[in-house]
Design a protein around this ligand. Sequence first.
Ligand SMILES: C[S@@+](CC[C@H](N)C(=O)[O-])C[C@H]1O[C@@H](n2cnc3c(N)ncnc32)[C@H](O)[C@@H]1O
Length: 260
Amino acid sequence: MSDDRWAELADRFVDGTYATVKGRVRTRVLHHHLIDHLPPPPAAVLDVGGGAGHQSFPLARAGYEVTLLDPSPAMLGKAEQRRAAEAPEVRARVRLVQARGEDAVQATGGQRFAGVLCHGVLMYVEQPGPLVASLSACAEAGGVVSVMALNAATLAVRPALERRWDDALAAFDARGERGVLGVDTRADTVEELSELLRTHEVDPVGWYGVWLFTDWMDLTDAGPEELSNVEAVELRASRQDPYRRFSRVFHLVGRRRSTG
Ligand SMILES: C[S@@+](CC[C@H](N)C(=O)[O-])C[C@H]1O[C@@H](n2cnc3c(N)ncnc32)[C@H](O)[C@@H]1O
């Protein structure tokens, strides 16, 4: 792979993953929970590893001041294209910064944010500690830290549903997998990531599943009415046990302590 590891994955991720019902569910379910936790707009939000902006552009449309930070020129190129298609007042609320999440404090000039998002990034870094430390350092006192990570507790689901039984057996004890984009990924648990956040002054306040049913269904023929029903079902599943526990990714939300 080139220096920009995401140059080869950007099309697959942006034009593939997000073009599906599953991609739409991911954005909507996360957005719903984010809005529940964030202060009302306008407030400053940092999207670390924000990619093409699928999660933070809707926040900019809602009135938040968004800084999207990503190390990949290819992903930032996609974000720039998508930003150009937004209304002028939304475009004005989105700033793009090229940097690694681990360097976010320096790259944003020490600004503290009311919300710090990091969705679908932790699975691509070998050690979560430095990135989580940086997320916490960018959050203001009482600020929201929102992380979406690969769920180590459900790694057997995908190989089993794909009838890869040997892989499924091995996955019960695994801490990662060859992900849907074809690269190796690292998985976390809600409990371990919660503990890691606490050591960096962020107290977990809630966690959710992200998608469940749509992960395994072809819904390309679904019309608008079915799509809105799908979203309602997935939103319900995202917050309720045992459903949320079966999601292959989880969404953990914490709040930066006021002292420390
Ligand atoms: C699967 S995409 C997720 C994009 C976006 N957060 C979303 O949810 O749509 C992963 C992103 O993480 C970025 N990334 C990889 N390593 C990173 C790091 N160390 N710090 C910040 N971003 C990173 C990649 O460039 C890519 O844009």
